[in-house]
Design a protein around this ligand. Structure first.
Ligand SMILES: Nc1ncnc2c1ncn2[C@@H]1O[C@H](COP(=O)(O)OP(=O)(O)OP(=O)(O)O)[C@@H](O)[C@H]1O
Length: 400
C-alpha cells in the first residue's frame, strides 16, 4: 500500500496559506507536528502561546510552563527516521548541563519529552526563551543592514566566549552563523500574558487550504501561525546573546563524518571530507565576524557551488591549500571556475564591503585593518593553524 510518506514532494498535494510560514508540504508522515495555539503539551505542562520560528528540522514554539510559571521555547523536531541530529543535540545539552557554572552565552536546555502525533514520533526539547536572532534584529531595527560597530564588538566577544566554553569541553557546534545567535530576553518571566504578547506581537494566523479544494490530509494543520516579530525593544550595548541550535553539534571524541553547516560558513575540511573536530567552528567564526561587522558574509550566499566556494576560499585564506587537498582540487570538476584566483584578498574585500559608500561607517580604517588581521587568524585552511577562540578573545582590539 502506498502512503504519503512514500510519495516524492512533487506527488504531494499542495497547500496554500495567506501568511509566510514553514514549507507546508512538510506537514506529512515523518515531518512537522501540527501544533495549535493554546494546546497543552506534556500532560498539560506547556501551554503553546506563539510560534518563535522554524528550521529544516523543527518548529519552535513559545509556551508557558505551568509548573515553574515561566515562559519557555519548545523545539519540536520533525518525526524523521534518522534521529542522529536530535540525539546529538540532546547529548551536547546534557554534557553542558553537567558543568557548573553553565556557559553564560549558550542557550540552556530545561527539559525534554516525547510526543506522538499524526505525523509520527517527535522529540521535544524545552529551552529557555530567547529573543530574535541577529539578522531579524538588523532587519527590524538597523537601516543600512548592519549593526553599529560597538554592538557588533560586544556580540563578537560573547560568541567567542561561548565558543571557548564549548571547545574547552571538547564540544563542536558545527552550525555557527548569525541566525544561530539569539538575543536574551530580560524580565520575561514575571510579565503577564498581555505584556508577553505586546513584546512578541499578537499571533497572526492563516487558514491552510488544499490547492485542489479537497479535504486536508491527516497531519496537516488547518491553521498556521506566523513566527513572532518582536516589538518595543531597543537593541544596544547592554544586550546579551546566546548561541542556539545544537542540532549539528558533536562531542569531539565522537565527531560525525560530515556536517550540514550552510555552505558559505562551511569549513574546508568538511568540503574535502577530512576528519572533523571543533576547528570547524573557528573557520565559521571567521566568516561570522566578517558578517557581524560588515552586514555581509565573506563568501557568496546565492547560487554558490563547492568549486566556487573553494576558489573564493583560496582568495581569502591566510595559507595555501594543504597538499592533501590541492590534489583533490586539481582533479575536481570545477565547471566554469578557473583554477586561477583573481578576486580581492581578505583585507581588500573587507575594506571594500565595509566602506562601500552605501552606509555610514562608524569604525576607522585602522579598526578594519585590525579586524582583518583577526579574521585572517581564523580563515586558515589548515585547521590546527587557526587561532583558538581564547586567543582571539585576548586580542587587544577586543579589549579596547
Ligand atoms: N530558545 C529559543 N528562544 C527563542 N527562539 C528560538 C529558540 N530556539 C530557536 N528559536 C527560533 O526557532 C528557529 C529555529 O530553531 P533552530 O535553528 O534550533 O531549528 P532547526 O530546525 O535546527 O533549524 P536549522 O534548519 O536552521 O538547523 C530559530 O531560528 C529561532 O528563530
Amino acid at each position: 500500500m502506498s502512503t504519503n510518506a512514500d510519495k516524492s514532494p512533487m506527488d504531494q498535494p499542495t497547500y496554500i496559506c495567506p501568511i509566510e510560514a514553514e514549507p507546508l508540504h512538510r506537514y506529512r508522515q515523518g515531518g512537522y507536528h501540527p501544533v495549535t495555539l493554546g494546546e497543552c503539551l506534556k500532560a498539560g505542562r506547556y501551554k503553546v502561546l506563539h510560534k518563535l520560528g522554524w528550521g529544516g528540522y523543527s518548529t519552535v514554539w513559545a509556551a508557558r510552563d505551568h509548573r515553574t510559571e515561566t515562559y519557555v521555547a519548545v523545539k519540536i523536531s520533525v518525526a524523521e527516521q534518522d534521529h542522529d541530529r536530535e540525539t546529538r543535540e540532546l547529548q551536547t545539552m546534557r554534557e553542558l548541563a553537567s558543568y557548573h557554572p553553565s556557559p553564560t552565552h549558550v542557550v540552556q536546555l530545561l527539559d525534554d519529552f516525547d510526543l506522538t502525533g499524526p505525523n509520527g514520533f517527535h522529540k521535544c526539547l524545552v529551552y529557555e526563551l530567547l529573543g530574535p536572532n541577529i539578522p531579524d534584529v538588523i532587519d527590524a531595527h538597523f537601516t543600512g543592514g548592519r549593526l553599529p560597530g560597538g554592538l557588533a564588538k560586544i556580540i563578537a566577544k560573547q560568541s567567542l566566549a561561548a565558543l571557548n566554553d564549548l571547545h574547552q569541553r571538547n564540544i563542536g557546534h558545527g552550525d555557527l552563523h548569525t541566525r544561530n545567535l539569539a538575543f536574551t530576553m530580560r524580565c520575561m518571566d514575571k510579565v503577564t500574558e498581555d505584556v508577553f504578547f505586546e513584546i512578541l506581537g499578537k499571533p497572526e494566523i492563516g487558514r491552510v487550504q488544499r490547492h485542489d479544494g479537497k479535504d486536508l490530509e491527516l497531519g496537516v494543520p488547518k491553521y498556521i501561525v506566523k513566527p513572532t516579530s518582536y516589538r518595543t525593544r531597543s537593541w544596544n550595548s547592554t544586550q546579551s546573546i546566546k548561541i542556539i541550535d545544537f542540532g549539528e553539534s558533536f562531542l569531539c571524541n565522537a565527531a560525525p563524518h560530515t556536517l550540514h553547516t550552510p555552505l558559505p560558513v562551511r569549513a574546508p575540511e568538511v568540503l574535502f571530507q577530512d576528519p572533523i573536530d571543533y576547528h570547524v567552528d573557528l573557520w565559521s567564526m571567521g566568516c561570522m565576524l566578517f558578517e557581524l561587522f560588515t552586514g555581509q558574509p565573506p563568501f557568496d550566499t546565492f547560487l554558490i557551488t563547492t568549486p566556487i566556494l573553494i576558489s573564493q576560499m583560496q582568495e581569502m585564506a591566510s595559507d595555501d591549500l594543504p597538499k592533501r587537498w590541492q590534489k583533490i582540487w586539481d582533479t575536481m570538476d570545477k565547471g566554469d571556475v578557473t583554477a586561477e584566483s583573481s578576486g580581492p584578498n581578505l583585507h581588500e574585500w573587507l575594506e571594500e564591503v565595509y566602506f562601500d559608500g552605501r552606509r555610514t561607517p562608524d569604525l576607522t580604517r585602522e579598526d578594519i585593518t585590525r579586524l582583518g588581521e583577526i579574521i585572517g587568524r581564523l580563515l586558515c585552511f589548515e585547521p590546527s593553524a587557526r587561532a583558538s577562540a581564547r586567543q582571539i578573545l585576548d586580542d587587544p582590539w577586543f579589549n579596547e
